[in-house]
Design a protein around this ligand. Structure first.
Ligand code: ADP
Ligand code: ZN
Ligand code: ZN
Length: 823
């Protein structure tokens, strides 16, 4: 065997620690390069799509390299910078590069053995003559069997490597993946109408029109509608849209095509759809915005990251817009990261008005084909390429050509962090690293910055720019407290409402103004309880009470998804007096219907926004003032911008303040400040009422004074004492096993071993608040690693200790889940 054979190291998108080496067959030598996808076999029969990491000529030492099965791409679909980000992520967040790749690649780009293939629903319209024999054979099998796994395809075709054939069938539009079809199929073509060339002659056109008007009114209406729309839309107009406008059915267009008035053509449409809304001029900045913009640029002279701390409504977005405009004028791309994209459609639409089709939107609600398309349009330098990507955290995985600016909006949001599965990364922090790899500038924006980011400005790592006033002289809302304790003593509470809040609500409603009520999500689930002895039904598989959902009269476990109907008889005392108890948003909504029977009330939480457009629908109704009072969880604190909201109520501040988490005060401050920012945005000063047992609590004082700095200073001292971030980094090691005693003993043993190396940086083990989920017990060990030390070194100790620990056969059944910088 010649020593000069070509080998490649590949990344397979699954959790295996090492890169694997494969051999390139003679005929492909010289064609395989970094960033292309290849199909490789792993184990006996499994085939995977892998990405080439390195091409070399060294055979592996420990095993005989297999040949790759096939090469899928002619050009790389992954860039070097992407790979460097992924490698950083694997290292930093303690997972495998394969796991990162698994998250990063849209699934239509990584067919695996288990992928299920189905015939495409648009198949009728396609011309099968373009298919090769094998493709044709596969098509026939698909039409017969409906669904085929890739492994089955191999059997049918009697060849091993079927990925290229499947890929080609998918590209030609004959097949798709089952996942795709089930969840997100959208037609890819559209029928469009244009005027028959013979009617270019205007006299003839008006003759035809006159005839139609006399004998076929509907046809004349459709033609008229077409002629009107042509003025703005151009010659070719979508048939369905036109029919709708003219109010006619499809037989009308058919007749006009027969009469040679229209010609019809079927065109491929961009799945993502061109932007069709109105365009808007970018706004001129106010003096304060201009100053902020200049300060940002000044910082960029010697810093890569700037934190823009601006109160809600200060006009941060317009400052971003100016920076974006300048960046794309230089021919560079912009990544605009948003915490929960579904909640930010208003913002996306706002930017689309400025930048139109230059914006690509990317998040998990898009289907795989759309994501693959965005991938391509981010990477390509062609005319349709994207200059701006607005997206959720997963947009950091895209193949940017030349990134010039990364904006992280609402940078303090904990939803930037991915909990499950690995990589458990923070989109903000990954965005900063991505910016560094591209030598791009990074702008973090927030009205309530995270303690970590603010700390970085005080240490000089990040620049700090502040905007302390709302745009257009709008004043910040007046914030008042309502004392729950006192009202309880005076017996003036009605259900969960103080008389003070009720009075203000009544007045706002009388003035025909809107109200937002905020109820923190955590710990407020309503439950089902025996009124005689207090028994509460719990989940069989988890250590939690089941949550009661009134609208469906069902009990549900929020951890494992178990559902059941509420028992009619108490399992403890046998009483039949069971009822729902609690203080969820659902309960509040109910109370409101009694307290304000006239008012139109809506609720916005995870339950009411589960279906696809539910969130948008609630927002639209609220915007149209079809709703007077909106009750919601965290969701209502997000960037909503409504004119008529004059009153915001925080129903119980104490629940946030008492939460057992070192970030509780920071979070409480952020949540209350953000929700307060929804009051009185344009016309008049808004009012915020915070209900609490403890109006003198220092966090509430800082919220009232809108004094972030004071909150920060106090927090940062407190955290130093207890060795919490920003002074340290946390690594949480979660361990899971079915046997509680065994797990606890093992966790103690591991913690002791870790302590030998890391001393009192090791805290625990401790059972988490919910100690059993889906019949798996949990134990957590926490590492507090000082900022000044290299985290890599500690992670290595941790990993080595775990690996060593797992030498023991019994302990191998324990699952270890490290979480770096847990949220
Ligand atoms: P933030 O992002 O800081 O919460 P926004 O950018 O949403 O603030 O601005 C608040 C409001 O002020 C918005 O309604 C926005 O349209 C308006 N606004 C901000 N800057 C300008 C400007 N330069 N000219 C006109 N209107 C502006
Ligand atoms: Zn009972
Ligand atoms: Zn459960």
């Amino acid at each position: 065997m010649s020593g000069l054979a070509t080998f490649i190291d590949v990344v397979i998108p699954i959790a295996i620690p090492n890169l694997l080496t494969y051999r390139v067959p003679r005929e492909l030598e010289g064609h395989v390069q970094f960033g292309q996808r290849v199909v490789v076999q792993l184990g006996r029969s499994k085939l995977y799509t892998a990405v080439v990491h390195r091409v070399h000529d060294q055979p592996p030492q420990a095993y005989e390299a297999k040949y790759i099965e096939s090469l899928l791409d002619e050009v790389p679909i992954v860039t070097k910078k992407q790979m460097r980000l992924w490698e950083w992520m694997a290292e930093y967040y303690m997972c495998t590069l394969g796991e990162v790749l698994g998250s990063a690649l849209p699934s239509s780009l990584k067919l695996a053995s288990e992928t299920k293939i189905v015939a495409h629903p648009d198949i009728e319209e396609l011309d099968a003559s373009s298919l090769t024999d094998r493709e044709f054979l596969l098509m026939e099998a698909l039409e017969l069997r409906k669904v085929l796994e890739i492994a089955e395809v191999a059997e049918i075709l009697e060849i091993k490597t079927v990925q290229p054939i499947i890929k080609s069938l998918i590209e030609k539009g004959f097949a798709t993946t089952e996942e795709e079809l089930k969840h997100r199929y959208k037609p890819k073509t559209e029928e469009r109408l244009s005027l028959h060339p013979r009617l270019e002659n205007e006299d003839l056109l008006s003759e035809v029109f006159d005839q139609l008007e006399k004998r076929a009114r509907k046809q004349s209406e459709l033609l008229l509608c077409y002629l009107r729309e042509r003025e703005t839309q151009g010659d070719s107009i979508g048939k369905v849209a036109l029919q709708k406008m003219a109010g006619v059915d499809s037989t009308v267009a058919k007749k006009l095509i027969e009469k040679e008035v229209f010609v019809s053509e079927t065109v491929e449409i961009d799945r993502i759809g061109p932007f069709t809304g109105e365009h808007q001029q970018i706004k001129d900045l106010s003096d304060d915005q201009q100053r902020a913009l200049q300060e940002i640029k000044d910082h960029y002279e010697d810093k890569d990251v700037v934190l823009l701390h601006g109160v809600t409504g200060s006009g941060k977005t317009e400052v971003y817009v100016k920076l974006i405009e300048e960046c794309i004028a230089r021919g560079e791309q912009v990544l605009y990261l948003l915490p929960e994209i579904a909640l930010t459609t208003q913002l996306i639409q706002r930017l689309q008005k400025y930048f139109g089709d230059q914006i690509g939107v990317f998040h998990s609600k898009f289907n795989q084909q759309e994501r693959a398309e965005t991938w391509k349009r981010t990477m390509s330098a062609e005319a349709n390429s994207y200059s701006i990507i607005m997206g959720a955290r997963s947009s950091v995985f895209l193949p940017f050509r030349k990134l010039g600016l990364v904006i992280v909006d609402e940078e303090h949001e904990s939803s930037f962090k991915q909990y499950d599965p690995a990589p458990r990364y923070n989109g903000r922090d990954a965005g900063v690293v991505l910016g560094m790899l591209h030598k791009a500038k990074v702008l973090l924006g927030s009205a309530t910055p995270s303690i970590e980011s603010y700390f970085n400005t005080t240490e000089g790592r990040y620049g700090l720019v502040e905007m302390k006033h709302r745009f257009g002289g709008v004043v910040l809302p007046e914030i008042l407290t309502a004392n729950i304790r006192k009202e309880l003593q005076r017996k003036t509470m009605k259900s969960h409402f103080t008389s003070f809040l009720l009075e203000e609500m009544k007045e706002a409603l009388e003035r025909d103004e809107q109200i937002i009520l905020f109820q923190n999500r955590r710990g407020y689930s309503p439950f089902w309880q025996c009124h005689t002895c207090g028994w509460v039904p719990e989940c069989d598989r988890c250590d939690v009470s089941l949550t009661y959902h009134k609208h469906v009269h069902h009990l549900n476990c929020h951890y494992c998804g178990y559902t059941s109907s509420p028992p009619l008889k108490c399992q403890a005392c046998g009483s039949h007096d069971l009822r729902s108890v609690g203080f969820g948003t659902e309960k509040i909504e109910e109370d409101l219907k009694e307290l304000f029977p006239e008012a139109r009330v809506a609720r916005m939480d995870l339950d009411t926004t589960r279906s696809k457009n539910a969130y948008q629908n609630i927002l639209r109704s609220f915007d149209l003032h079809e709703i007077d009072i909106l009750v919601g969880t965290q969701m209502v604190t997000k960037g909503l911008d409504f004119e008529r909201v004059s009153l915001v109520g925080v129903l119980n501040a104490d629940q946030m303040l008492k939460f057992p988490d070192f970030r509780a005060y920071e979070r409480a401050f952020q949540l209350m400040t953000q929700v307060a920012g929804r009051a009185g945005r344009k016309h008049k000063r808004g009012k915020v009422i915070i209900q609490t047992y403890d109006p003198e609590h220092w966090v509430i004082h800082q919220v009232i004074d809108n004094d972030y700095d004071a909150m920060y200073r106090r927090e940062v001292i407190e955290r130093k004492e207890y060795k919490y971030p920003p002074h340290t980094r946390l690594i949480k090691l979660n361990m899971r096993h079915r046997n509680e005693g065994f797990l606890r003993a093992s966790a103690h043993e591991l913690a002791a071993q870790l302590r030998q190396h890391l001393g009192d940086r090791v805290v625990g083990p401790e059972a988490p608040y919910v100690a059993r989920i889906n019949n798996q017990y949990h134990q957590n060990i926490l590492l507090k690693v000082e900022r000044t030390a290299s985290p890599a070194q500690f992670k290595k100790v941790l990993q080595d200790t775990i690996d060593n620990f797992r030498q023991d056969k019994e302990k191998r059944a324990i699952r270890f889940v490290p979480d770096v910088d847990p949220a």
